[in-house]
Design a protein around this ligand. Structure first.
Ligand code: UDP
Ligand code: MG
Length: 316
């Protein structure tokens, strides 16, 4: 009987020190599971020996597929490329730096065989990680869950298994500013979780610098939430309300009742109230405009209108 195909997608950026070990561990894992693997390595513009090593591996083993980018396009592009070439009944995304333990792959496969369409690796909090990075990522997840269009539990990572149906749906995304993880969460489908302890990075420091992380966070927020756009409008509405109340009070108290409370509102104060009111109107107009911009944004992303799990009795 022919074994079913299982894809492993690995984005690689200057990981020469860990690639061979990762490859060996992957091989060991797939000796004990009933799937034929394909290892898709995407070299995201490495400047070290990674391309050389990957080429060697692909010469020695036809299960190793190798895609080399012309320069660094970022991890999100690399995983997208890998997924677009994945032919398996399922694909697993895994980091090249051995922070995602390959020994857990059988557990991922087990959950998938039990019916989960996405199996997400959840990383337990790590003491070794810097305070800024840890709180930063916690806050980011919390904010995205509050204002975003999908839900992700704290600690969810790119270490995940995707069913072929999801890979197919994922290929329909055409938007450029993307965070693979958030897009996959947006797709829905049946999920299962596996908790794991991230190993220390096998060498050097994380390839993402804080600046890069902040940029990715902004991209994700813009792609998955319209709240920032609407903020101006909400603020404007609040200001109009406050200035309106103040203005009404002044008009009634000063001019209609003849200042019975002896406040003697100065001309400057009245001017201030008027300016505040007008600023509120400007902000609300901005908010209205951003509603249209938001719609344009949504249209240009060309997200699929719906995502299908399966179709029966209809030819595709
Ligand atoms: N990576 C990549 N392109 C980049 C940065 C990172 O392909 O521009 C890969 C990297 O080789 C690794 C994975 O993405 O396999 C995760 O990178 P890193 O360990 O730096 O991120 P973190 O563990 O902090 O999420
Ligand atoms: Mg890492």
């Amino acid at each position: 009987m022919k074994k079913r195909l299982f894809s492993v997608v690995v984005p690689v950026c200057n990981e020469a020190d860990s690639l061979e070990r990762l490859y060996r561990e992957l091989c060991t894992v797939f000796e004990s599971v009933p799937y034929e693997p394909e290892f898709i390595f995407v070299d995201d513009g490495s400047t070290d020996a990674s391309p050389h090593i990957l080429q060697q591996l692909s010469v020695g083993d036809t299960r190793v597929k190798y895609i080399q980018f012309s320069r660094n396009f970022g991890k999100e592009a690399a995983t997208s490329a890998g997924l677009s070439y994945a032919r398996g009944d399922a694909a697993l995304m895994i980091d090249a730096d051995l922070q995602h333990p390959p020994q857990l792959i059988p557990e991922f496969i087990e959950k998938w065989e039990e019916g989960a369409e996405i199996v997400v690796g959840i990383r337990r909090p790590r003491a070794a990680e810097s305070f800024l990075r840890r709180t930063g990522s916690r806050m980011f997840t919390a904010i995205m869950n509050m204002i975003g269009d999908s839900y992700a539990p704290q600690g969810s990572t790119d270490f995940r298994l995707l069913d072929a149906a999801i890979i197919k749906a994922f290929r329909a995304f055409t938007e450029r500013g993307r965070m693979t993880r958030a897009l996959i969460d947006w797709l829905g489908f049946k999920r299962a979780y596996i908790h794991f302890d991230a190993a220390e990075r096998s060498d050097g420091s994380a390839r993402y610098r804080y600046g890069g992380l902040a940029r990715l966070a902004l991209t994700t927020i813009v792609a998955h939430s319209r709240l920032p756009l609407r903020l101006a409008g909400y603020l404007g509405a609040l200001i109009i309300f406050l200035a309106g109340c103040l203005g009404l009070f002044v008009i009634i108290e000063q001019f209609m009742l003849g200042d019975p409370l002896h406040i003697e509102v100065s001309g400057t104060a009245m001017l201030a109230i008027m300016i505040l009111f007008l600023n509120g109107i400007v902000l609300v107009s901005l908010g209205l405009m951003s509603l249209y911009i938001g719609t344009i944004h949504e249209e240009t992303m060309h997200r699929p209108l719906f995502v299908v799990r399966r179709i029966l009795n209809i030819e595709e």
